[in-house]
Design a protein around this ligand. Structure first.
Ligand SMILES: [Zn+2]
Length: 154
């Protein structure tokens, strides 16, 4: 997994990105902008995907910056719309990258998931088992987030 994909994948799994939009508050916005900012600063790749992520991050960062802790009433309607749109687009971008990643065998990864039966795989790194009937080249352990080769591929 290259640096960009891995970083994006971690971001996707983070709680704040998965936050229910209806319950999005200043704290989850802070977490999200922090994580996204960290992700963007670690990226060297200069692609349109990164540029789009950076744009959505800037939307969120700006809203967070103008809503300091003096504002206890939450976001304005307009801000809420911008936040929701940005979070939805960030999620889409991340899901897309992840789907693409899983389709091709990653030569940087040496571990292979273990088949337990028709429906279950086990992670050799953390010994956790999970239900999976995926036929993609790669699978991700839901417990330790490690990428593994899928024994059901091919
Ligand atoms: Zn694992």
């Amino acid at each position: 997994m290259n640096k960009l994909d891995r970083a994006i994948f971690h971001l996707m799994l983070s709680r704040s990105v998965c936050t229910d939009l209806a319950s999005l508050d200043m704290h989850s916005l802070f977490c999200l902008t922090n994580e996204l900012g960290g992700l963007l600063s670690s990226l060297e790749e200069d692609s349109s995907r990164v540029a789009r992520l950076r744009g959505y991050w800037l939307n969120l960062e700006t809203i967070y910056a103008v809503n300091d802790d003096a504002n206890v009433d939450g976001f304005s309607r307009n801000e809420k719309e911008i936040i929701e749109e940005s979070v939805v687009e960030i999620r889409k971008l991340i899901s897309h990258v992840l789907e693409q990643y899983l389709q091709e065998s990653d030569k940087a990864v040496t571990s292979i998931a273990t088949v337990l039966d028709d429906k279950w795989l086990m992670c050799p790194d953390c010994i956790d088992a999970w239900e999976s009937v995926s036929k993609t080249a790669m699978v991700i352990c839901p417990k330790c987030d490690n990428a593994l080769h899928n024994p059901r591929y091919g």
